[in-house]
Design a protein around this ligand. Structure first.
Ligand code: NAD
Length: 417
């Protein structure tokens, strides 16, 4: 595989699905259906800017497979969004939903934009414009978006408001990850990070690592990374290193994660946090910690980086942070990796809980949400770990085998092949 191909998340996603189909000995037709989204929409979104000019942004929505239920997946605002990236993320969503057994297929959306360059008004008009351009393909029983990188509860609220205006009725369940004041679920903001911490706890148990005092290196302290940090701290873990896009810091006795996140919000960087020292990104990946958590973006753990990793295990909080050749190196070196579609499945699981609450119009307490999420994550971890042991395959392959089998079975009974 050429180097550039190796960084194409769409080709990587296809490779992962193909491997699971082959291991399961499924008919070739299954991979033929699963290797691309069933539908991809590309839209141009004109936005009136504050200076009176009009700027046209490119957006996408991909619906990978709806054999199990409506498609589901976040909307990302980022300059590197591309058709291939959105398609890859939609494929990962199909199998992530099956990991915890929620009745959804996979979808994903994105807009090519650096939201930091927009005013609050421009951001709102872009968010509403995205819905104007895509709403005919969305719906509570059709395709249900949610937040992803650089989008949040406020953006989801504008989007649902716009959708409701266009369809002329209240359809709260059309998008999840909403603020609690507007149909959101308690526990949703923290859900992905909480699930990452539960997954890490279960992996640590299997490896005989005591979580109390376990050392952690964390890349990215946005929504997922920060809540991963808070919850790992609660379990007794010690975050000793944090890597952000504009600097990396180390603190031997562990960071107070709330203080570090507050510091970054105020200073726009983590560099200079009291008591910490700055290290390089390569030093960060090579730290002899117990757990390495990539919680930022794709393609961070390449083969080259994987050769340097000294962590006892890698917990993929982000989507697609390890390239296939990075995976091969970790497997050869015997370093366990809990894959993204398992590790960060808590987010979509609680999104599903939000949707259920919206459809019922009846809301749960935070404790109920956390308990149900924890049970789903532990069950998924155990089921996938069992496949890993039985077939002697890496956990990523085991997770895909677990999910591909379920989607293939649904497609079979529906008569798709
Ligand atoms: P976010 O925008 O809130 O946070 C991302 C963080 O990563 C930011 O702090 C950003 O500064 C940092 N970052 C960006 N580039 C970096 C780099 N090169 N090196 C180090 N840090 C960098 O996004 P998020 O919602 O936390 O999502 C993070 C990852 O988790 C993504 O891969 C996303 O698809 C995945 N994910 C998110 C959710 C969710 O519920 N938000 C659910 C499942 C998976």
């Amino acid at each position: 595989m050429a180097h550039q191909d190796n960084l194409n998340p769409f080709l990587n996603a296809q490779k992962q699905v193909k491997e699971a189909c082959d291991r399961l000995g499924l008919e070739a037709d299954v991979y033929e259906i699963l290797k691309q989204p069933l539908k991809v929409l590309e839209v141009a979104i004109p936005v009136k800017m504050d200076d009176g000019s009009v700027k046209v942004f490119t957006g996408y929505r991909a619906q990978h497979n709806d054999a199990v239920g409506p498609t589901k997946g976040g909307i990302r605002f980022h300059p590197n969004v591309s058709r291939d990236e959105v398609m890859a993320l939609s494929i990962w969503m199909t199998f992530k939903c099956c990991v915890t057994g929620i009745p959804y297929g996979g979808g994903k959306g994105g807009v090519i934009v650096d939201p930091r360059t927009l005013s609050q008004g421009e951001l709102e008009r872009l968010s509403r414009g995205y819905i104007d351009a895509t709403y005919k393909l969305l719906g509570e029983q059709v395709d249900v978006p949610a937040p992803d990188v650089n989008t949040n509860g406020q953006i989801m609220a504008w989007m649902v408001d716009q959708y409701n205006k266009l369809v002329g009725r209240s359809a709260l369940g059309v998008i999840t990850g909403k603020p609690v004041e507007f149909g959101g679920s308690k526990g949703r903001t923290a859900a992905t990070g909480f699930g990452v911490a539960v997954t890490a706890r279960e992996a640590a148990k299997r490896l005989g690592i005591n979580f109390n005092g376990a050392t952690i290196a964390l890349q990215g302290i946005g929504n997922v990374g920060s809540h991963t940090g808070y919850n790992m701290e609660k379990l007794g873990g010690k975050v000793v290193a944090v890597c952000e896009w504009n600097g990396t810091v180390y603190k031997e006795d562990g960071f107070d994660m709330h203080a570090l996140v507050d510091y970054m919000r105020k200073n726009k960087t983590i560099v200079g946090f009291p008591g910490s020292k700055e290290i390089t990104k390569s030093e960060f990946f090579a730290l002899p910690v117990d757990i390495l958590v990539p919680a930022a973006l794709e393609n961070e753990i390449t083969a080259e980086v994987a050769e340097t990793i000294q962590a006892k295990f890698v917990c993929e909080a982000a989507n697609g942070p390890t390239t296939p050749d990075g995976d091969e190196v970790l497997n050869r070196r015997g370093i366990l990796l809990t894959p993204d579609i398992l590790t960060n499945a808590g987010g979509v699981t609680v999104s599903y809980f939000e949707w259920v609450q919206n459809l019922y119009g009846y809301y749960w307490t935070e404790k109920e949400v956390e308990e149900k999420e924890e049970r789903a994550m532990v069950d998924a971890f155990n089921a996938i770990y069992k496949i890993k042991e039985e077939y002697n395959v890496p956990m990523r392959t085991a997770a895909y085998m677990h999910s591909v089998k379920k989607v293939a079975a649904a497609m079979k009974v529906r008569g798709w092949y």
